[in-house]
Design a protein around this ligand. Structure first.
Ligand SMILES: [Zn+2]
Length: 448
């Protein structure tokens, strides 16, 4: 039985889907105005592990993720670069999807663009207006009236009464938790928007950020669905506003389980542009790491704890991942699945998705001398459907004939204690991109 922490109720709860065996899951996707930093990728890795775990536990998952391709930042930066909004956001969407692949993050069932759903957003805003939850401000924009929704603040803990202020209105998408405000559902056109507007019943303008996720999740998952994920920083105002919009528009519960992942710290500090420590995946690759090292690093900690990334900790993740990879490569045959370890692994996941515990189970199995290497490999391949390191692909890669010949020649030279030739062949193998290890069973090589 899967138990998971629900931000809405502030406790670990038994997960029960609305429709037995099926899970509807929505994840806030990226705003495509730059390359995501690795802190953003923790959220996407979390989505992936959650989705893979749900599938592993037998659920059929319908996963929707949006792409925010119209908002304050995309408009501002596309104009700076002299590109159309579409040109600009298509570039970053493509890059984002390429990086997801490098991290072995499975694509969502559907990845949906905000700009393809403007009419759905307008319809929802009209519904809110008709029900008295939205109004037009004197600036022509349409706002959500948060004081009309008595449960406002249930997710994030914002207390409207305590905030003790006359509620004001805000057009910009992001604002502070100490300052809850009536937020813009539809932003009336201003000259800063340039060519980026839509005409319709709400007048010339563009949607606010929050309505986007409410309208799209409803379209693909219905008014009421199982899981909504996002980074912890999205709790307020974004997710609070999503709840307000959806519950008020449809008059029924919105999401049963709200799951949020914590931040990545860099050398103990919060990532920020001003500190210059906002690393992208490209930065990590340039430093010589495999994107999967970051995947291992993220899996090594519970998703609700802050994790501190240092180069030493990434090195440790890298070494551990390489060890597992080599174990798979070195074991030619597969055997029988070891049920005991599958069970322990499953138990770790069912306990609020405890991936660090799940990895500990893997290492316990690798060290367990009562089972054969072949059985361990078979088990690892099964559990990799959650871990996502791609071990089954690795295990099928065979060495080219040229390399096999070099290894054989080197082993012969070593037997004859011809270390000159043995060193020469090592250098040759390394120049071809292979790591060379001397073991009791002879020369072993691994592709870098
Ligand atoms: Zn969202």
């Amino acid at each position: 039985m899967l138990k998971i922490y629900n931000t809405l109720t502030k406790q670990i709860e038994e997960f029960k889907p609305i429709k037995p065996g099926h899970v509807g899951m929505y994840s806030c996707g990226p705003t495509v105005y730059n390359l995501p930093h690795i802190g953003n990728y923790r959220a996407f890795l979390f989505n992936d592990i959650l989705k893979r775990s749900l599938s592993f536990l037998g659920y059929k998952v319908n996963h929707i993720m949006n792409i925010t391709d119209v908002d304050d930042k995309t408009i501002r930066d596309s104009q700076k670069e002299g590109k159309t909004l579409k040109e600009f956001t298509e570039f970053y969407t493509k890059e984002f999807n390429r990086e997801l692949e490098l991290l072995h993050i499975l694509p969502p069932t559907q990845e949906v663009l905000a700009t393809d759903h403007i009419q759905e957003m307008i319809d929802m805003i009209e519904l809110l207006k008709a029900k008295g939850f939205a109004y037009e401000g004197e600036d022509g924009s349409t706002y959500f009236s948060i004081s009309k929704f008595k449960e406002y603040g249930a997710l994030s803990g914002v207390d409207l009464e305590k905030s003790n202020q006359t509620l004001s209105r805000i057009v910009s998408d992001e604002y502070d938790k100490d300052n809850p405000q009536d937020f813009a559902l539809w932003k009336t056109w201003t000259s800063e928007d340039g060519e980026n507007y839509w005409d319709g019943s709400l007048g010339r303008g563009r949607p606010g950020w929050h309505i986007e996720c409410s309208a799209m999740s409803t379209k693909y998952l219905g008014n009421h669905f199982d899981i909504h994920t996002g980074g912890i920083d999205l709790t307020f105002p974004h997710h609070e506003n999503e709840i307000a919009q959806s519950v008020c528009a449809h008059g029924e519960p919105f999401v049963n389980f709200w799951l949020h992942n914590e931040h990545i710290l860099i050398n103990g500090e919060k990532m920020s542009k001003s500190k210059g420590n906002q690393f992208t995946l490209f930065d990590i690759i340039q430093k010589g790491y495999d994107p999967l090292d970051l995947r291992y690093f993220v899996l090594g900690a519970h998703y609700r704890t802050k994790i501190n990334l240092t180069w030493e900790s990434l090195d440790a993740a890298r070494n551990a991942r390489i060890k597992l990879t080599r174990f798979v490569q070195d074991t030619e045959q597969t055997g029988e699945v070891i049920e005991k370890y599958v069970e322990n692994f499953k138990e770790a996941l069912e306990h609020d998705l405890n991936t660090s515990e799940a990895l500990a189970v893997i290492w316990e199995m690798i060290k367990d001398s009562t089972f054969s290497k072949e059985d361990k490999k078979e088990t690892l391949l099964v559990l990799d459907s959650v871990l996502g390191f791609g071990f089954s692909k690795i295990s099928k890669i065979s060495l080219p004939e040229e390399i096999k010949n070099l290894i054989q020649k080197r082993d012969e030279a070593r037997v004859q204690k011809d270390f000159g030739t043995s060193d020469e062949i090592r250098a040759k193998l390394e120049s071809l991109g292979y790591d060379v290890l001397d073991t009791q069973e002879g020369t072993k090589v691994y592709k870098n």
